[in-house]
Design a protein around this ligand. Structure first.
Ligand SMILES: *[C@@H]1O[C@H](CO)[C@@H](O)[C@H](O)[C@H]1NC(C)=O
Ligand SMILES: *[C@@H]1O[C@H](CO)[C@@H](O)[C@H](O)[C@H]1NC(C)=O
Ligand SMILES: *[C@@H]1O[C@H](CO)[C@@H](O)[C@H](O)[C@H]1NC(C)=O
Ligand SMILES: *[C@@H]1O[C@H](CO)[C@@H](O)[C@H](O)[C@H]1NC(C)=O
Ligand SMILES: *[C@@H]1O[C@H](CO)[C@@H](O)[C@H](O)[C@H]1NC(C)=O
Length: 602
């Protein structure tokens, strides 16, 4: 168990004080004993420290040693404090306190825990306590013989938590004489519950029931399952999502054997073998009608038959996946800076049709590249100075929730992207490639200039993604960091255009503006903004605005919903006046606009 501090000020995080107890160690729980205070300094580590006397080892409660607490080098939300409790512990409370003799303290933090310090999970209130663990290596199973035939109707309750290493395998199975069975199986990361209450010898009995819940459950995190079964009524719960089901039909009870297997379906017969792919991963809190099955197995009770190599600790995986919980989360990893090649391989999986996977810059201003998903296909966009972006596409249907491997490499004059077995090649325009300092995985664009300002970024050109992980792509803007963060969206045209007259009745479209962002991107950016301004001025000289005969407007501009406007920069929609008209200082007081006066001297 350890903790990450998400500090806001210069902070000190001290934990925990009260109440911890080892689970299942035979000792009565002592829920008042402080836990962290007794640990040696070496059990504490942190992201950084202000000085050696502000190190993580000083983060114990009610102590004055060192500078009186832990203070990280910088105050931001990426600072963490980690505490190694040595073994699995149940922590029931956490307390923090300000540094001794200082007025700084942590105001909020996330609490994360891990079995081995590699794969971390955020603590949430509903996490249940740990119990004994049983590990199946994909070639093993536990067979539990129920005591004796109970009186009907019988309500079966099976609960367990599982952590899968592979995405397919049998979690539990029970069968009867006539083809009746219940089976819980992990199939491509989803949990499938099969109920066959049919009797093969009776043609009119109940049809098999298949319920599927969850997805991406093979993420090496614990997931809970609860199955309640009363005859053919089923409540199937996976991670708090419950499915109620009642099988329709005449007969309404399952004639099942008094054996239930976990981890695989052993064949009947003396030598064990499995009829279906067995489960590879760990189970804990495994209860059948209130009986702790793991406990029985561990004590080698006669009700339990162990097949294959069943062990009672959960191994740590060699590689751990990183989950991007929001479109704003990302991972920055050091690149092989200065080398003349780019080489990145990774695996990903997602249900999203679109999203960013990787962003990297080539050094010495030679460009940048983005690897992203669009419509379930992998795209590589290469940006090089003076060139329009060039793209290649590889793979299809990649948003199917399964793992896909990606390899990106660039050397000399080509950039290669391979997804699974599909390769795409993009020629590079500049031959020399220098890979950049950092690769960014996951979301790589802030949503607004405001977000850049919060990060402390200066004024400059930035890509922003106004709808986050939505379907709209990022676009380039200038963020002007004044008191507020102004997002300046540029258009592609010149700043001033000379407009020639056109015969009346044949209006000419003089200028159209192509913004660096699409209409949808602009709308998304505008809807995030507190205020939006666009300035369009007409230097009319002697060109009258309305026709002097009937007052019909001779110049106008067209807005984004195709509505026509006849006012210009400096004026207001219904004023019918130029700035000088509003200010009362026009050259000829008969007119509200200098151009309407037909005079040359202004
Ligand atoms: C299923 O859940 C409902 C509501 O929680 C409960 O009333 C019912 O008894 C449950 N069924 C079984 C078979 O446990
Ligand atoms: C059984 O599993 C344990 C732990 O995974 C392993 O150390 C041991 O080598 C395995 N034994 C056999 C016979 O496979
Ligand atoms: C390549 O993709 C970018 C967006 O990433 C797009 O703006 C550009 O027009 C595309 N270029 C070509 C040649 O399709
Ligand atoms: C940024 O804003 C300031 C203050 O409004 C303005 O003077 C300046 O011209 C702006 N810069 C750009 C590049 O838009
Ligand atoms: C505006 O008019 C153009 C062409 O006249 C048309 O293509 C476009 O869809 C219109 N837009 C709206 C929002 O009505």
């Amino acid at each position: 168990m350890a903790s990450a501090a998400w500090a806001v000020l210069q902070v000190l995080l001290l934990l925990p004080t009260h109440a911890w107890s080892p689970v299942g160690a035979g000792r009565p729980p002592d829920c008042d004993a402080p836990l962290a205070s007794a640990l040696p300094r070496s059990s504490f580590s942190s992201s950084s420290e202000l000085s050696s006397s502000h190190g993580p080892g000083f983060s114990r409660l009610n102590r004055r040693d060192g500078a009186g607490g832990w203070t990280p080098l910088v105050s931001n939300k990426y600072q963490w404090l980690q505490i190694d409790l040595g073994e699995r512990m149940e922590v029931t409370a956490v307390a923090t306190q300000g540094g001794y003799g200082s007025s700084d303290w942590v105001t909020s933090y996330l609490l994360m825990f891990s079995d081995g310090g590699r794969n971390w999970k955020q603590y949430r209130r509903e996490e249940s306590i740990w119990s004994e663990v049983v590990y199946f290596d994909g070639q093993s199973a536990l067979l539990y013989k129920l005591d004796k035939k109970p009186l009907k109707p019988v309500r079966d309750v099976i609960s367990l938590k599982f952590k899968a290493i592979q995405s397919n395998g049998i979690l539990l199975h029970r069968e009867g004489q006539h083809g009746n069975h219940i089976t819980l199986e992990l199939i491509k990361g989803k949990l499938v519950f099969f109920l066959n209450s049919g009797n093969a010898k009776l043609p009119t009995t109940i049809a098999p029931v298949t319920l599927t819940l969850g997805s991406l459950l093979d993420d090496q995190h614990w997931h809970s399952v609860l199955i309640e079964l009363l005859d053919t009524q089923v409540n199937f719960t996976v991670d708090k999502h419950t499915h109620h089901f009642q099988a329709k039909g005449e007969s309404s009870y399952l004639d099942l054997n008094f054996e239930i297997s976990f981890g695989g379906i052993p064949t009947s017969g003396r030598a064990w073998a499995f009829t279906r792919q067995s489960f590879h991963g760990c189970l804990e809190n495994l209860y059948y009608n209130g009986v702790d099955v793991t406990e029985l197995a561990k004590k080698h009770k006669p009700q339990i038959l162990m097949m294959g190599n069943v062990s009672f600790s959960c191994p740590q995986p060699q590689t751990v996946p990183v989950t991007f919980l929001s479109s704003r989360s990302y991972l920055a990893l050091p690149g092989n800076s200065g080398e003349d090649k780019v080489s990145v391989t990774f695996q990903f999986r997602t249900w999203n049709r679109a999203g960013h996977l990787l962003f990297g810059e080539l050094q010495r201003g030679s460009g940048s590249f983005v690897l992203f998903l669009k419509d379930g296909k992998l795209k590589l966009s290469l940006f090089q100075p003076g060139q329009s972006p060039r793209n290649v596409t590889a793979g299809a249907g990649l948003n199917d929730g399964q793992w896909h491997s990606v390899s990106l490499s660039a050397k000399w004059s080509h950039m290669n992207v391979v997804v699974d077995d599909d390769t795409a090649v993009q020629p590079l325009l500049a031959v020399l490639i220098d890979s950049g300092d950092t690769y960014y995985f996951g979301a790589l664009y802030e949503q607004s200039c405001e977000a850049h300002k919060h990060r402390g970024d200066p004024s400059g050109l930035y890509y922003i993604d106004a709808d986050g992980s939505g379907p709209l792509g990022p676009f380039l803007v200038y963020c002007n960091m004044t008191d507020a963060a102004w997002t300046v969206v540029r258009h592609g045209g010149p700043d001033a255009v000379t407009v020639r007259g056109a015969p009346s009745g044949h209006p000419r479209s003089a200028v159209s503006f192509a913004y660096a962002a699409s209409a949808g991107q602009l709308r998304a950016a505008v809807s995030l903004a507190e205020r939006c301004e666009q300035r369009l001025a007409l230097r009319c000289g002697t060109a009258r605005r309305p026709d002097s005969r009937d007052g019909t407007p001779l110049s106008w501009w067209v807005g984004r919903t195709n509505e026509t406007h006849t006012y210009w920069g400096g004026s207001l929609p219904d004023a019918q006046k130029c700035t000088c008209g509003l200010e009362g200082n026009c050259i000829d007081s008969q007119y509200y606009c200098n151009c309407d006066a037909g005079r040359n001297e202004w």
